[in-house]
Unconditional design. Structure first.
Lengths: 332, 334
């Protein structure tokens, strides 16, 4: 039995808690949250102890693994406290707000000889895995270009932290990191990135747009939207010498419920509709516990997460300057 | 409208030429009376198909006083010479897009049309696509508030023949597929983009021209539009390509798929699904608009200047691919 300390009782903490409830040989023994009420509610559902002392929970002697589902600005401190206490760490994306912080987290975990497993959950979504497999198997020959789109309503988070770039890193780091990671994993290191960021003055709306030239010659175009009025939408297409692969979440709803009543409150953070797929958060955590138990090698590493962060940071800077940014090779 | 406007088609080189010829014959307001082609075999074949004489000498055709208007559907680089000859002969001109391959040629065409007082229109049929037209009306009515950001595509399959020749087409996918969306964006937003950033590659087909590109256009209002004009639809794709646009605004989002009105055909004898469009015929609507302009002396939907403005976006995209920086879209002459 692996004992887990869950740090964070927000949207992703709840999603992970739902997955933990179905995982064999894993027990959540404590839930630490910034809000006492949400932490207590989540802890009760899991039969765990609630606390608001997050850093104490990170070093709780009862736990083997700490799952960091906190706002990004807290990732580094929580990871380092847990690692120094000898815990394996699962850390939500983005790994950190800066490369320096991310490198330190990796260094501290290496020194402490504990795992640092980045929750890049999109790698575990079945449609993205199917796409990656098809590309790898040569279904479209040599890839030439890729389009990645990710759009949902404007997230709030506890205290509205998503909207505060100093706490979330903004849309390039928080939302588009998934697609930066996916593109890097498929098409290799980036050479340069051009990006634009648009806000609406009057309403919560942010759209990030980035064009990446990979060193392999593949071109990737990425769009991320917070404030999209429709359902959570993801799209991918990859064009290659041997064909074209396309995925659009709007065309993939196997079951739709249409009701006459007004829609319920959608929650804090937009999430894809998972009703008719294997829960990718569960797939991800199951994989991480196999890694922690020594039964599998990690399919996504903290270094992968750091590379995605480096590209997201370059995109954010490119958007700020209006100029394409060369992506440093050590980051790539 | 009184008597039908009598048209000639100058060159059958372009893939759209047969559809235009069919539209001219179908509309009661227009008549196809002659074809000229520098490829006499191709011209004779078309002449036989459409039951009209085909000329090998351009000036023999242009001397015919009964011909009021021409549609130029030659290779892109020949637009200029054909337009100048037609203007001098007093013919109204509807020129296939892109209006030319370089701005100087477009300016020469615009100047000739002014000098000889003939209409010069650019063939931007998507302005006559009903979903695209309704999109403009929705924008104008404030349905989504102020536009903020736009994602656009004009994908295509690899076009045949001269379209992939730099000498005759003036470029690749960017030359072929940027102007439709560039024109729609100008028409929707009422302004030219400030600058363009472009990444291009020829990885799909390894030709001397680009087959793949991503463009980013910035407008004076702050609107940013991305555009994928790539020839990235493979031969098995159910249709020729697409025109799509997602326009996010302060009050909502418009999602345009200009050719979503389609049947899906799964033929028993083929591996490939086909899409059969059933939307309103935009080619006919464009030719009718142009014929009315000729008959009434009113401005056509898209002028020669509109063609030149869209070409200026293409020129900026190629400059950006060269320099690795966003490049300004040249201002029109005063």
């Amino acid at each position: 039995m692996i004992r887990v300390g869950l740090l964070g009782a927000g949207m992703i903490g709840q999603v992970h808690a739902d997955a933990y409830a179905t995982l064999p040989d894993v027990e959540v023994v404590s839930v630490a949250g910034l809000g006492a009420e949400r932490a207590a509610r989540l802890a009760e559902a899991l039969g765990a102890t609630p606390t608001i002392d997050i850093m104490a929970a990170a070093a709780d002697p009862r736990v083997d693994v700490v799952d960091v589902c906190l706002p990004t600005a807290l990732h580094q401190q929580a990871t380092e406290v847990a690692a120094r206490a000898g815990k394996d760490v699962i850390c939500e994306k983005p790994l950190a707000l800066t490369l320096e912080a991310g490198r330190r987290m990796i260094g501290v975990c290496r020194t402490a000889r504990v795992h640092l497993l980045p929750a890049m959950v999109v790698r575990f979504f079945p449609q993205y895995q199917a796409l990656a497999g098809a590309v790898r198997d040569g279904a479209i020959g040599t890839p030439a270009s890729c389009t990645l789109v990710r759009q949902g309503f404007y997230p709030s988070g506890s205290g509205g932290w998503y909207r505060d770039e100093s706490r979330s890193g903004g849309i390039f780091l928080d939302l588009m990191i998934h697609d930066f990671d996916w593109a890097l994993a498929r098409f290799g290191p980036a050479e340069r990135v051009f990006a634009q960021l648009r806000h609406a003055g009057s309403v919560p709306f942010t759209q990030g747009m980035a064009t990446v030239r990979h060193r392999s010659g593949v071109l990737t175009q990425l769009t991320g939207t917070w404030g999209h009025p429709g359902p959570f939408t993801t799209r991918i297409e990859v064009a290659g010498t041997g064909g074209l692969l396309q995925y659009d979440s709007r065309d993939s709803e196997s079951l739709e419920l249409l009701v006459l009543a007004a829609p319920e409150d959608a929650g804090d953070v937009p999430l894809p509709n998972l009703a008719t797929t294997d829960n990718p958060y569960r797939t991800e955590l199951l994989h991480f516990f196999e890694v922690i138990s020594g039964h599998a090698a990690a399919s996504v590493t903290a270094e992968d997460s750091l590379r995605a962060l480096a590209l997201a940071l370059c995109a954010r800077e490119a958007a700020r300057t209006g100029r394409p940014m060369a992506v440093p090779s050590e980051a790539a | 409208m009184s008597t039908p406007v009598r048209f000639a088609i100058l060159s059958m080189a372009h893939v759209h030429a047969p559809a235009y010829a069919a539209a001219l014959q179908a509309l009661p307001e227009t008549e196809l009376v002659a074809i000229w082609d520098d490829d006499s075999e191709r011209g004779l074949r078309a002449g036989t198909n459409f039951g009209v004489p085909c000329y090998v000498d351009l000036h023999d055709l242009l001397r015919r006083d009964d011909i009021e208007a021409v549609i130029i559907t030659s290779e892109n680089v020949n637009h200029r010479d054909l337009a100048l000859a037609a203007a001098e002969a007093g013919k109204a001109i509807l020129c296939e897009k892109p209006i030319a391959t370089v701005i100087d040629d477009a300016e020469a065409m615009i100047a000739a049309a002014q000098t000889y007082e003939v209409i010069l229109a650019t063939a931007f049929p998507v302005r006559h696509n009903l979903p695209a037209l309704r999109t403009r009306e929705a924008l104008r009515s404030g349905a989504i508030g102020e536009p903020i950001a736009i994602q656009a595509t004009n994908h295509g399959t690899l076009p045949p023949g001269w379209f992939t020749s730099r000498d005759r087409a003036g470029g690749g996918a960017v030359m072929d597929h940027t102007v439709h969306v560039a024109d729609l964006l100008r028409w929707y937003l009422g302004q030219d983009p400030v600058d363009v950033y472009a990444e291009m590659s020829n990885r799909l087909y390894g030709l001397s021209v680009e087959d793949t590109a991503f463009l980013t256009l910035r407008f004076p209002s702050g609107v940013v539009a991305t555009l994928d004009p790539s020839w990235s639809r493979p031969p098995s794709f159910p249709t020729w390509g697409d025109v799509t646009m997602e326009i996010a605004g302060t009050r909502g989002t418009l999602q345009l798929d200009a050719f979503a009105q389609r049947l899906v055909l799964s033929p028993a004898q083929s591996q490939h699904v086909e899409w059969i469009g059933w939307g309103a015929d935009m080619d006919r609507a464009m030719i009718l608009d142009f014929a009315r302009a000729v008959r009434n002396g009113t401005p056509p939907a898209a002028s020669g200047r509109d063609g030149e403005r869209a070409l200026a976006v293409v020129a900026a995209a190629y400059a950006s691919a060269q320099s690795g920086r966003p490049e300004a879209v040249a201002a029109p002459p005063d």
